[in-house]
Structure formats: structure tokens, C-alpha cells
Design a protein around this ligand. Structure first.
Ligand code: FAD
Length: 365
């Protein structure tokens, strides 16, 4: 019998009637929101409408009132705001303390976090403090109308299986969710909502860590928000060849991504990695150059609007998912593409748009 299996509890499921509403933790760096926060508000709104409960955002930081306003525009009915100088820089202890206090007091039934370094860090600490579970790295979310049980699904065993994680015995139900998986909803400047201000209840001298200096990374890449990603794989043969991709990305106003093969070889930093253990992206155009198309890569980019693959092997698996495939040597194709794009933009600058709109206004693309 299922009840007799080791680890299966036969205890009755507690009554969670006092827990209500879906929350999103608004991740930001010094007041600049991570897009995943708005993406999660979009999916939370859909689920909340389905079960008839409100959506709220939790905003913690210093001088972050504008984020509370933005959260309402992106779909929150209410925002729980803790604005305190102790929260000026992200520190696990202070942020988890504030978030746990909000949860204890207001009792949401679900809390979603971005599956970023920051989101994973704070969510784990909060889960420990409030005594609940945490589903990590969800790529699909749904909620049961009866009982409001959250289904947080994620690929497992190298992408071969999907696991669905349920949290039946504890509240809130919490999950970290991959950036780029859910679309960003349109912000509605007319939306209104309530902002509830709370105190942090923690003094600077009670925090064990101190931020001495903030040094931004020199080459930040934002793959999750990019419209065009040009990704390189092991077919590039070495780090030098990535310059060719950076040139194409520069000419086409895109950013450079990579397969894990290229990252593991040390040719490009991890922050460029796309895939199961890298970032999930959904650009308008994804160009895979010298990437074979392993499932672990595909799960990170398969929702791109258009996939273009350049590969010298006509049987490479990537061609099965590509909308356009170019069989050939990328060392010939990519520089030629870059040259054409540069020539095209120079010509456009000198002669104006090739097909001006009938009213003479600039060409819309
Ligand atoms: P390869 O598979 O070696 O492919 C290189 C391709 O380049 C070949 O198809 C070849 O035909 C082509 N090529 C060679 N020369 C040229 C040329 N001159 N012109 C055009 N094409 C050329 N991988 C990821 O990408 N992201 C992940 O997040 C990820 N996570 C993983 C997690 C786990 C648990 C595991 C087990 C694996 C993971 N992997 C991930 C690794 C994945 O399985 C593959 O090994 C990896 O994606 C292969 O990288 P690649 O396509 O660059 O290299």
C-alpha cells in the first residue's frame, strides 16, 4: 500500500485556510529589477485568476519604492514593502529575515522566486526559517483549483524526465523558477494596487556580514532579455574564434551565448552558457554556431522564436529543431555575414531606408 512506503506520511494534511494569495519576490540589484520578477508576476497572475485569489509582490531594499509601483504595473494587487538602509546591498541574512517576517505575518499560500544566484540563495534561507519546502529551478507551474496545490515541474536526469514537485504538508509552497521561461507581461501604467509598508526589525550591528565595496563586473551579459543571441560551441575550436561571434553580435546588435562544451573548455565565461545548467533564453532569433544540439542545450533555447543553425555536419541533431539550417563551415559563413551586415548598415546610413514608408516616415522593422 502506498501509505506504507518509507518516507510517505500517513498524517492528515494540516488545515491551511489562513494562508491565502500568490506572492512574487522582487529581485533587484541596487534598485534595478531583474526581469524574472515581472515574468513571475505574469504567471502568478494567471494562476491567481484561475483560483480567485490576489497576487502580491514582496519588495525589500533601500530606496526601492519605485519597484513597488512597477510591481503593480506588472500585475500585483498589493505590494509588501520593506525599505531600510540595512537592505542597501543584498545580504542573505538581512533579506531572508525580512522575507520570513513578511511570510509569518501575512501568510501567502505560494511564494515564487527567480532561479538566479540571488533568488536561489534567499529562497533557501527563507524556506529554512519558515519551515517549508522549496522546489528548485521550475520551468512549468500550475495550480489545482481544489486545495490550491502548486505543481512545480522541472527537467531532471539530463532533461530526459520532467519531475513535478508538490508541497502538501507545509505553507507557503515555494519555488524558484528559471528566468526567461515565462514571458514578461506588458506593464499597465493604469493599474492600481495597495502598498503595505513593514519594518525590517533588524539593526546593522545584528547582521554578521558587511559590504566593504561594490565592484560591478566589467563584461555583464544579459542573455535572458536579449532579442538576438549568437551562440558558439565546441565547433569554434578555441577561445580566439569567439571574437568572430562577438563581431557578428556587434554588427547585428545581439549578444553572445555559448554551449557548455565551450564554457567547460574555458573559452568563454559561464555567464554566457545556455542550457539546462546555464540560462534559459527565449530571444526572437537564436543562432547556434558549431553547436551539435544536445538535449541539455536545447532545453535552454528551444522556446526562441526563430532558431538558425550553422553546422558543418548535415546530420547534427540541432537541425531537427532549427527553423533555418546552414550546412557549412562557420569560419567562412560568419565573417561573410558580418561583412554583409556592416555593409548593409553603412548603406542604410548613407542612402536612408531601402523601402521608406509611403508617408515618408522611417522604415519600421
Ligand atoms: P559538440 O557536441 O562537440 O558539437 C560541436 C559541433 O560543432 C558539432 O556538431 C560539429 O559538427 C560542429 N562543427 C565543428 N566544426 C565546425 C565548423 N567549422 N563549422 C560549423 N560547425 C562545426 N550543454 C549545454 O550547452 N548547456 C548546458 O546547460 C548543459 N548542461 C548539461 C548538464 C548535464 C547534467 C550534462 C550531462 C550535460 C550538459 N551539457 C550542457 C552538455 C551537453 O550534453 C553537450 O555535451 C554540449 O552541449 C556539447 O557542446 P557543443 O554542442 O558545443 O559541442
Amino acid at each position: 500500500m502506498a501509505e506504507d512506503l518509507p518516507g510517505r506520511s500517513t498524517e492528515a494534511i494540516p488545515d491551511f485556510a489562513e494562508y491565502r494569495g500568490l506572492w512574487v519576490y522582487v529581485q533587484h540589484r541596487r534598485g534595478e529589477a531583474a526581469p524574472v520578477s515581472w515574468q513571475l508576476l505574469g504567471v502568478a497572475r494567471q494562476m491567481a485568476q484561475q483560483i480567485g485569489v490576489p497576487v502580491a509582490a514582496a519588495v525589500l531594499g533601500h530606496n526601492v519604492r519605485h519597484l513597488a509601483d512597477d510591481a503593480i504595473k506588472y500585475g500585483a494587487d498589493a505590494v509588501y514593502l520593506i525599505d531600510d538602509p540595512v537592505l542597501a546591498d543584498y545580504r542573505t541574512q538581512a533579506y531572508a529575515h525580512g522575507m520570513a517576517a513578511l511570510i509569518h505575518k501575512h501568510k501567502p499560500e505560494v511564494v515564487l522566486y527567480g532561479s538566479t544566484i540571488h533568488g536561489r540563495d534567499v529562497a533557501g534561507a527563507v524556506a529554512t526559517q519558515v519551515g517549508t519546502g522549496l522546489a528548485a529551478d521550475a520551468t512549468e507551474l500550475s495550480i489545482e483549483e481544489e486545495g490550491h496545490l502548486l505543481h512545480a515541474s522541472r527537467p531532471d536526469f539530463g532533461g530526459k524526465l520532467m519531475s513535478t514537485i508538490l508541497c502538501k504538508r507545509h505553507r507557503p509552497q515555494m519555488a524558484t523558477c528559471r528566468p526567461g521561461v515565462f514571458p514578461t507581461p506588458l506593464a499597465d501604467p493604469e493599474r492600481t494596487g495597495e502598498i503595505i509598508t513593514e519594518k525590517l526589525g533588524l539593526r546593522e550591528e545584528q547582521v554578521d556580514t558587511q559590504v566593504l565595496e561594490f565592484i560591478p563586473e566589467p563584461h555583464q551579459v544579459d542573455l535572458s532579455n536579449a532579442d538576438l543571441i549568437i551562440s558558439g560551441g565546441r565547433g569554434l575550436g578555441g577561445p580566439k574564434a569567439f571574437e568572430m561571434l562577438f563581431e557578428l553580435a556587434d554588427a547585428a546588435q545581439g549578444v553572445v551565448g555559448a554551449s557548455r562544451g565551450a564554457v567547460m573548455a574555458g573559452w568563454i565565461p559561464y555567464q554566457h552558457q545556455v542550457g539546462q545548467t546555464g540560462q534559459t533564453v527565449r530571444p526572437r532569433v537564436y543562432v547556434a554556431c558549431g553547436i551539435s544540439g544536445a538535449i541539455q542545450h536545447m532545453v535552454g533555447m528551444q522556446d526562441s522564436d526563430v532558431i538558425i543553425a550553422i553546422n558543418s555536419d548535415a546530420n547534427a541533431p540541432i537541425f531537427r529543431s532549427a527553423d533555418y539550417g546552414v550546412v557549412g563551415d562557420m569560419f567562412q559563413i560568419i565573417p561573410a555575414l558580418t561583412r554583409h551586415l556592416r555593409a548593409f548598415s553603412t548603406e542604410k546610413r548613407i542612402n536612408g531606408p531601402a523601402n521608406p514608408a509611403p508617408d515618408g516616415s522611417p522604415e519600421q522593422r
